[in-house]
Design a binder for this molecule. Structure first.
Ligand code: CUA
Length: 352
């Protein structure tokens, strides 16, 4: 009676398997900078090990269950030989029911053990000389990084915007602070997500195995430019990192401008001290606002406002009308004249 070949089932199985193969074969970190399945550090590997285990267990269960289903569909289908055959009306099978209760329970225990181990490992706080500490500040819509162990001559910690600089192969202990709403700090190749909650300091750690740049992203909807709230983690080899630290804490480099200013640069500095100072800080000037990103090392910030590549053309575009570039930004259109923009561009690019 029933003689349908389960082609739909067969095709569904093949389609799912093909999709999984495609997804798992092409997710390298170079090609997909925000992939979670190409971990580059211990914390991310801890998460990935649980994911891999669950993936393979699921794959085995999937193949067995779908295989049994397809087998039964073929084996017990109707046909010319058995036109009106009906199955015997049986009910209950204690042995079968015990087996299919115990097997999933065992699978869940197998998943539970490494999951608990991962939770404990990832929530541990470490201290000591090997640990590098960073205070991360999330704010609509950018990230600022303060290094409590790197103190400048004026007694304040070194600050970077948009890029978190860390040494390679060293544990980085991170304290997460929010200056407004809930954000979520996420560097997919280095660690899991952790919420950044106003009024509460959250903790996490990460470690990078190899030097390089890792993409980060705010992972909690926080307003219009949530998707633009990106950042980078720059993991440096020990000597390169020491060089960076020294350049940051040395007095000569802590301020922008310096001697030999052109008129345009001097004019730009004056605009920064009068107009921009309400929101931005530039070391060595009277600009000390904290609403917006610190600009002391403007040229080292990888992006403008986290949205545009940092170059002169994009800086002009930004200054002409910030909300047009980044919806929801706290920086209003200041209606700067072309001359003012020229001066600001000239000055900001002297900030190394
Ligand atoms: Cu910050 Cu989304």
């Amino acid at each position: 009676m029933l003689r349908r070949v389960p082609w739909r089932g067969v095709f569904s199985v093949l389609a799912v398997l093909a999709t999984l193969m495609v997804l798992t074969s092409c997710a390298s970190g170079e090609e997909f900078p925000q992939t979670t399945i190409d971990p580059a550090g211990e914390a991310a590997e801890e998460i990935q090990s649980v994911y891999t285990l669950v993936w393979w267990l699921s794959a085995v269960v999937f193949v067995l269950v779908e295989g049994a289903l397809i087998f039964i569909l073929f084996r017990y289908r109707g046909g010319k030989k058995r036109p009106n055959e009906r199955p015997a009306p049986i009910h209950g099978n204690v042995r079968l029911e015990i087996i299919w209760t115990i097997i999933p329970a065992i699978i869940l225990v197998v998943i539970l053990v490494p999951t608990l181990r991962g939770i404990v490992t990832l929530s541990e706080t470490k201290t000591g000389p090997d640990v590098f500490r960073v205070d991360v500040y999330g704010q609509q819509f950018f990230w600022q990084f303060e290094y409590p162990d790197l103190i400048k001559p004026d007694g304040t910690p070194v600050v970077t915007t948009g890029t978190m600089n860390i040494p390679v192969d060293r544990r980085v202990e991170i304290r997460l602070h929010s200056r407004d709403v809930i954000h979520s700090f996420w560097v997919p190749r280095l660690a899991g997500k952790t919420d950044v909650v106003p009024g509460n300091v959250n903790h996490m750690w990460l470690e990078a195995d190899t030097a390089g740049t890792y993409q980060g992203q705010c992972a909690e909807f926080c307003g219009l430019s949530h998707a633009n709230m990106r950042f980078q983690v720059n993991a440096m080899a020990a000597d390169q990192f020491n060089q960076w630290m020294n350049s940051q804490v040395s007095a000569s480099n802590a301020s922008g401008g310096g001697g030999g200013e052109t008129d345009l640069v001097a004019q730009g500095k004056q605009i920064v001290e009068t107009v921009c100072s309400a929101c931005h800080t530039v070391a060595g000037t009277s600009a000390n606002g904290t609403v917006g990103p610190e600009l002391s090392h403007f040229t080292t910030i990888p992006t403008i406002a986290g949205v545009l590549e940092n170059n002169k053309e994009n800086l002009r575009k930004w200054l002409e009308n910030p909300p047009a570039v980044k919806p929801g930004t706290a920086m209003p259109n200041l209606n700067l004249s072309q001359e003012q923009i020229d001066a600001l561009v000239a000055y900001l690019y002297t900030l190394k």
